[in-house]
Write a protein that binds this ligand. Structure first.
Ligand SMILES: [Zn+2]
Length: 299
């Protein structure tokens, strides 16, 4: 099928799936055979992802118990970006339920947020006294850092989206980008069809690896500063998918070593913890990642 890849402009595109994705929705997923970018059929997107969807339906309020999990993905992102956000004026776009803010508030100088959902915006200003904006256009100030965590994969035109963020940045201001990675080990190394049905989801229009993000940064004329790959999901989560075709229940069991063993045999968990460290080390060597973080600077 002839279709132009929006990132590398080549017309060698393949349909990699034309079946149900997460949420039992049928949608085509395309893959560029040159740069390996994957993305959803934009015609499907037009119908499904209207503005109303993000304003009303895409809501996840702050849940304190989430932070009991010391291996949650926000803490892993925060650890990587801490030194860049320290004592800086921050604007987070798509702040959601304030999950990243929970960590950022320890070290930033100031924090404001853009959030499309009315419900979440009200919640952020009430609970945390955060200054919020309903859209990017409503923002009139300039910041040291703009953070877009789990945003770029939802955007139809990532290059222009990033270009437009320059208006929100001071001279030499930085954008911190985080996205899920298409180099997800369960996609890259294993052939678990059930996982693929779960992995591709109607709200994620783009499936990037680190190279794609670097290309987007360069095409938007930002200077690349730093990249990080992050692994979040544990060895036992992978084994669960491989042997049962099922996801782990909740973020806590997906990101920690969970074994169905009696407490008195807990030392066996310790062995799995060590195995997990070795496993992660090898996955990173093989360029696998659950999340990619890219930091770039306005020039
Ligand atoms: Zn391409």
């Amino acid at each position: 099928m002839k279709k132009k890849c929006y990132l590398c402009s080549k017309t060698t595109t393949q349909t990699i799936t034309n079946r149900e994705i997460r949420g039992k929705v049928k949608c085509k997923v395309f893959k560029c055979l040159v740069c390996e970018l994957e993305y959803l059929d934009r015609n499907f997107v037009k119908v499904f992802l209207t503005d109303k969807f993000y304003k009303k339906d895409y809501v996840k309020l702050y849940d304190k118990s989430f932070f009991e999990n010391k291996n949650n993905h926000y803490v892993k992102i925060y650890e990587k970006i801490e030194k860049y956000v320290k004592n800086k004026n921050i604007l987070e776009i798509g702040a959601g339920g304030g999950y990243l803010y929970h960590y950022l508030k320890k070290s930033v100088k100031s924090y404001e947020a853009v959030e499309l959902s009315n419900k979440q915006r009200n919640y952020l200003s009430k609970k945390f006294k955060i200054k919020t904006y309903p859209t990017i256009d409503a923002v009139e100030k300039k910041y040291d850092i703009v953070i877009i965590v789990s945003v770029l994969e939802h955007v139809t035109d990532p290059i222009n989206f990033l270009k437009n963020l320059k208006l929100l940045l001071k001279n030499k201001g930085k954008v911190i980008i985080e996205c899920p990675s298409i180099n997800d080990p369960l996609i890259k190394f294993y052939d678990v069809q059930e996982y693929k049905n779960f992995y591709y989801r109607p709200v994620h229009l783009n499936y990037f690896n680190r190279k794609h993000l670097i290309k987007i940064v360069k095409k938007s004329r930002f200077k690349l500063i730093k990249t990080f790959s992050i692994l979040v999901y544990s060895l036992t989560n992978h084994l669960q998918w491989l042997y049962t075709n099922k996801r782990s229940e909740g973020s806590n069991s997906a990101t920690n070593i969970k074994l169905p063993i009696k407490k008195k045999h807990n030392h066996l968990s310790k062995i799995f913890e060590k195995l997990n460290q070795l496993y992660f080390k090898e996955l990173i060597n093989q360029k696998a990642a659950d999340l990619e973080v890219v930091i770039c600077e306005k020039q």
